[in-house]
Design a protein around this ligand. Sequence first.
Ligand SMILES: Cc1ncc(COP(=O)(O)O)c(C=O)c1O
Ligand SMILES: N[C@@H](CCCC[NH3+])C(=O)O
Length: 441
Amino acid sequence: MYFHGTSQVNDRGHLEIGGVDTIELAHQYGTPLYVYDVALIRERARGFQTTFKNMGVKAQVAYASKAFSSIAMFQLAKEEGLSLDVVSGGELFTALVADFPVERIHFHGNNKSYEELEMAVQKKIGCVVVDNFLELDLLQEICEKNDYIMPILLRVTPGIEAHTHDYILTGQEDSKFGFDLQSGQAKEAMEIAVKRSHLDILGIHCHIGSQIFETTGFKMAAEKLFDTLKEWKEESGFEARVVNLGGGFGIRYTEEDSPIPVSRYVEEIIGDVQTHVKKLNMKMPEIWIEPGRSLVGDAGTTIYSVGSKKEIPNIRQYLAIDGGMSDNIRPALYQAKYEAVLANRVNDKAEETVSIAGKCCESGDMLIWDLPLPKANHEDYLAVFCTGAYGYSMANNYNRITRPAVVFVEDGEAQLVIKRESFEDLIRLDLPFQSKSKILK
Ligand SMILES: Cc1ncc(COP(=O)(O)O)c(C=O)c1O
Ligand SMILES: N[C@@H](CCCC[NH3+])C(=O)O
C-alpha cells in the first residue's frame, strides 16, 4: 500500500494522518469526511518555491484554487507565501474574506462577467489573465471608470496536445480558452492591449492541461511562448516582464501514475526555459506557475462509512459507501481511478475483490472498480486516498445529499475547516410554491 505524506498505520491498525487517528475523526465529525494533511501541502508549496529560488529565477507560485477552495485553505496558502489563481467572483470573494493579499491574486476564466471584472478592479487585484477580445474591451472600460490601471496577462493557446484525459486538455488549438497563437489572434490581442491606457500588459500565459507527467509538453509550450515573444519584440517592440506557464503537474493516484517530485518538474522545465532564453538572446522574465492538483491532491483523503453489500454470484460484489459522486464526481466524469483501504483495519489482508458503489441514484456512481479488500461490513470505514484536488470543490447536492465536512490535520491536532452541510442548508434558498390553480383552491 502506498501512503502519501504523513499517512501511516498506527498501533491500533488505524489509518493515521498528521498524527491523528482517522477513525476518531470519523466518530467526532461523521462521514463522509475530507481529511487534509497540512504538512504535505506545506512541503509541496515550499518544494516549488525553493526550487525557483535555488535556480535564481524570480517567480510566483500561484495556487490554482479551483482544486480546493475554502477560507482556511486560502489562509494556509497565504501563510506559505503562495499567490492565488481564482476563476470566479465566488473564489475571489472567498480570498478577500480570507484576507489574502490582493496584489498576489490572479483572475482567470474564459467568460468573466462585467460584475466579476469590476470586483477585481475595485479590489485592485494583482493581475487579470485576459482570455478574449470582449474582455479586453470590458476591462479597459471598467478600469477607466474606476481610474485604475490593471496589470494583465494574455492567455494564449500554444497548440500543444498534452497526454491526459480529453476533458482536462486545454492547450490545443481547438480550445475554448485563450487567444490562438497560430492564427495571429494572440498578436492582435497584444497589439490592442499595449495601446489601452488602463491596461498594463505584463506578458503571456498558457496552461496546457492537467495531470501531466512528462515535462516534454511543458517545455514545448514554453519554447513556443518564448519564440513568440522574441517575434513580438522584433516586430512590435513589446517586451514581456512575466511568462506564466500554468499548472498541470501530475500526481500519483494509483500505481499506474508516475509523477516526478515537484522540484524536478520545476528544474526540468525551467532549466529548459533558461537554455532557450539564452539561445534567443532574451532577458529572462519573471516566471509564474499555477499548480492546483500537485499542491493539494494527495494531501486529501476521504473517509466513508461502509454500508450495504450486494453479491451477484460469479459476477461482482458491490460494497456501498455513504457518499459517492456527490462528494467526488471524478470517477464518473473522467473515469478517474483511486486506491483505498479499510481505515480501521489497514493491516488486514485482502480476501475479496469488491466494487465500491456510491449512494446516488445513478448506475454510473461507482467510486472504484475491483478493489481488493478484507471482508468488510457496515462497521468498517473506507479511506480513499488522493481526493484533495477537484473533490470537495466539485462536490454537489445531487439527490439532495449534503456535502461532507472538511478537517485539516497537523502535528497530532485536527481542526474543522468546513462544516458538514445540514438539511436546513439544503433548503435555505428554496421558496414555497404559490399555486395559481383555481381547481385546487
Ligand atoms: C488556467 C489554469 N491554471 C491552473 C490550473 C491547475 O491545474 P492543476 O490542478 O492540474 O495543477 C488549471 C486547471 O487545470 C487551469 O485551468
Ligand atoms: N477538474 C479536473 C481538472 C480540471 C482542471 C481545470 N482546468 C480534474 O478533476 O481533474
